[in-house]
Design a binder for this molecule. Sequence first.
Ligand code: DSN
Length: 421
Amino acid sequence: MNLENTDPEIYSLMEKEILRQQETINLIASENYVSRSVLEATASVLTNKYSEGYPQQRYYQGNEIVDATEIIAIERAKKLFGAEHANVQPYSGSPANAAVYMAFLNPGDTFIGFDLSCGGHLTHGHPVNFSGKTYRAVNYSVDKTTEKIDMDEVRRLALEHGPKMIISGLTAYPRQIDFSAFQKIADEIGAIHFADISHISGLIIGSVHPSPFPFCDVAMTTTHKTLRGPRGAIILCQKKYAKQIDRAVFPGSQGGPHDHITAAKAVALKEALSPDFKRYAETILANAKALADELTGRKIKLVTGGTDNHMVLINLLPLGIGLGRPAAVALENAGIVTNANTVPFDPSTPFKPSGIRIGTPAVTTRGMRDSEMAKIGRWIAAIVTDQNNLKLQAGIKDEVGQLCREFPITKYIFPPGRPSA
Ligand code: DSN
């Protein structure tokens, strides 16, 4: 590697990161390990190009190869999701959501989105975010007893506020989204239905979660979560909205697309079109259920009592308020990487939340299955119920190291021959 010679400081940090990823169990619900092919495209010479505009309509010369690459990515995205139009240029989820809002709303217009503290995203109308500052955001939450999205509340808010847009989508919610129920409400009031499928697009592709297509007006997915591609996003919409979406992305909110990432998106989309990907999605789900069963069997309280997607939310309130972060730190001490998360109606703050979010996309890519989920569930239960026990954390860290050696990330990411980190 040339980097080793030209910038040993950065090179050595990257080597350390390989080691960190190899030696820890990644349960961050929004992360994954991309394939070597996706990494290769990400690190390609396409990073050298500027290509404002769209295929055959660029503002710079020299875009023959970029055009061909982007067209392949667009066609694969449309085929994969059954969408009429795809824009593959968004840099990531937040800019993509900003473009969708710009396409359909004017500043001050009302939209309805899922409350952050109950499982929605920051860009679904939180007051500190551009979405809550630019538009009039009304948030729906979950039912206090079931902790599931309360569609009656969504309808009531829709009728009361007459939003121009209704967002269905999640970032920390362990149950299926009923896209057809959202559609019915949007149709009733003549609103745009925008499905933010970032977390679950891989599950939708694998047919283990209902799809919002073909009926929703517009959908957005990041490409680096269950979809297992590079960091970025894609907007999918009905043909009648193609122009306004494209104009909202460029020139509305972005400049030149990241062409190396477009190529990597195309590569990931091809991988997702393979039959193997369906098995991958099925296994993500089976692993999440196995993890949830192990935790509930050990008397750990889960938001909604379980899962039917790729994530599990642990509610630590029975142990105390605001214990999410110390629990996440204790787990990391043992080599298990998670994130602290709010639980519905959390009496604490998002910075000191009372839960932990875990997910199975990355461990599934790594090859782990039921029996590994049982082990991991046992370790998590032991650590979160005894958070100050450093000896316990050290003991589990050894076992985690052993498990990680049995499932080297190098097997998936790097070519045979590269020594395990
Ligand atoms: N940060 C992402 C997640 O972890 O869900 C959402 O943008």
